[in-house]
Design a protein around this ligand. Structure first.
Ligand code: ATP
Ligand code: MG
Length: 183
């Protein structure tokens, strides 16, 4: 093979894995934000799609307004907890359909589905919905799902599973959610 032909060879494809950040302790969403920062620092294209959430007052939203290093998409205009059951389900399905199109889009190297596991826990999505999403993942895509209570079948389908274990949480001594720490 001559050098010119070699130079034209495509870079080897990266293998993306499936990661879960689950458990009852604090740190799932913030771990995914740390990963977003690290990956985008390495020039990777990162998107965070937020299930169930519907507020843009979190520090991460304010951050990307100033430094748009990655995308955060929040398809719902308000939290699913402020809506009747039917609307919650419709919002979850809408987020799932969007997740499915983002997975197949080739636009990202890292796709984080924040609180997708929580949506299963609240009965808004089924494990099957998320397993189908995982099965449709292109080889190169790193897919990260967060939320409490990952079902066993999704744990089995994932490559990396971290369970956050609460040892102490300040809420137990009455400390409310703090700006810049919890939101
Ligand atoms: P964070 O966004 O801070 O990384 P998380 O994603 O792990 O938290 P969630 O399960 O999404 O946590 O819950 C959202 C909120 O609940 C956060 O404000 C978090 O600080 C709080 N929280 C997390 N763990 C506990 C706990 N063990 N007891 C009470 N509240 C908690
Ligand atoms: Mg979270």
């Amino acid at each position: 093979m001559n050098v010119a032909a070699g130079a034209r060879q495509a870079k080897p494809r990266r293998t993306g894995l499936v990661q879960l950040y689950t458990g009852n302790g604090k740190g799932k969403t913030t771990a995914s934000l740390g990963l977003a920062l690290r990956s985008s620092g390495q020039g990777m294209r990162v998107c965070i799609l937020q299930f169930m959430k519907g507020a843009k007052r979190c520090g991460e939203h304010k951050f990307i307004e100033r430094w748009p290093a990655f995308e955060i998409i929040q398809p719902a205009s308000r939290s699913c907890f402020d809506r009747p059951e039917e609307e919650r389900r419709a919002a979850a399905r809408e987020a799932l359909a969007l997740a499915s199109s983002l997975v197949g889009s080739g636009r990202y190297d890292v796709l984080i589905l924040d609180e997708a596991l929580t949506s299963i826990r609240f009965g808004l999505l089924s494990s099957r919905d998320v397993l189908d999403l995982i099965a449709s993942k292109p080889v190169e895509l790193e897919l990260v799902l967060t939320g409490r209570g990952a079902p066993q079948e999704i744990i089995e389908a994932a490559d990396l599973v971290t369970e956050m274990t609460p040892v102490k949480h300040p809420i137990d001594k009455g400390v409310r959610a703090r700006r810049g720490i919890e939101f």
